[in-house]
Ligand binder design. Structure first.
Ligand SMILES: C[S@@+](CC[C@H](N)C(=O)[O-])C[C@H]1O[C@@H](n2cnc3c(N)ncnc32)[C@H](O)[C@@H]1O
Length: 215
């Protein structure tokens, strides 16, 4: 129970999801066995649907881990698409590269190794979508550059924004998580009220915020 949805709802929705292709399933099993936090399958299903509706062709991702979300998004976007993804943990970087190669997506997904705080300022371009899925306490560090890098009508996706329900109520906040929770609340207030963004916070998975850049 992650304090966001009832277990029976998650279980029911999970059972309705299409069976993942064998390699995607292998990645999910690896992540579970080795405690690697990856985007939940029902969240991946929602996000790939939105990427298809939006006709996204290029994504900037912060937080690659084993490459699961990048591979799932890349397959959803199809030909002529590109993902730039940032990861600071060298072990994750080599696992991600291996998995991307096994998926035959080396020409579509580029992994940049390092702290996103250092790499972000050096990135140029115009992205259809930016996916923030790294250290939860640091999303504010990426928002102003993200706004510059997003195209008009581009999509900003922020994952884990309800953080096991703690962000929504003090009653659930663990003492050692107070700083992260305070930072995430500040971030959600910022993206909910920013004049350039139209934001919706969705209680699915660990909480996902979807924001469209209006101008
Ligand atoms: C939740 S996991 C990413 C999961 C991945 N997006 C997926 O769904 O398959 C977060 C990853 O972000 C990385 N990370 C956290 N903070 C970071 C930072 N400041 N810069 C770069 N990587 C970071 C962690 O090492 C971790 O592998």
């Amino acid at each position: 129970m992650n304090n966001i949805n009832q277990d029976y709802i998650e279980k029911y929705i999970g059972e309705l999801l299409p069976r993942p292709i064998p390699f995607i399933q292998e990645l999910e099993e690896y992540a579970q066995k080795h405690n690697v936090p990856i985007v939940q399958p029902e969240v991946a299903q929602l996000l790939t649907l939105i990427l298809k509706i939006q006709k996204s062709k290029n994504i900037l991702e912060v937080g690659t881990a084993i490459g699961y979300s990048a591979i799932v998004f890349s397959k959803a976007m199809g030909e002529d698409s590109h993902i730039l993804t940032i990861e600071r943990d060298p072990e994750m970087v080599s696992l991600a590269k291996e998995n991307i190669k096994k998926s035959g997506l080396e020409d579509k997904i580029e992994v940049l190794e390092g702290q996103a705080e250092d790499i972000f300022p050096k990135i140029d371009g115009a992205f259809d979508c930016i996916f923030l899925d790294a250290a939860k306490g640091h999303y504010m560090d990426f928002i102003s550059k993200s706004l510059k890098l997003l195209k008009k009508d581009g999509l900003l996706i922020s994952d884990n924004v309800l953080f096991r329900g703690m962000v929504a109520t003090d009653a659930l906040v663990k003492r050692r998580k107070i700083t992260i929770v305070k930072r995430m609340r500040k971030y959600l207030e910022y993206i909910s009220n920013h004049p350039q963004l139209h934001t919706s916070i969705i209680p699915i998975g660990d909480g996902v915020a979807l924001s469209i850049k209006k101008e």
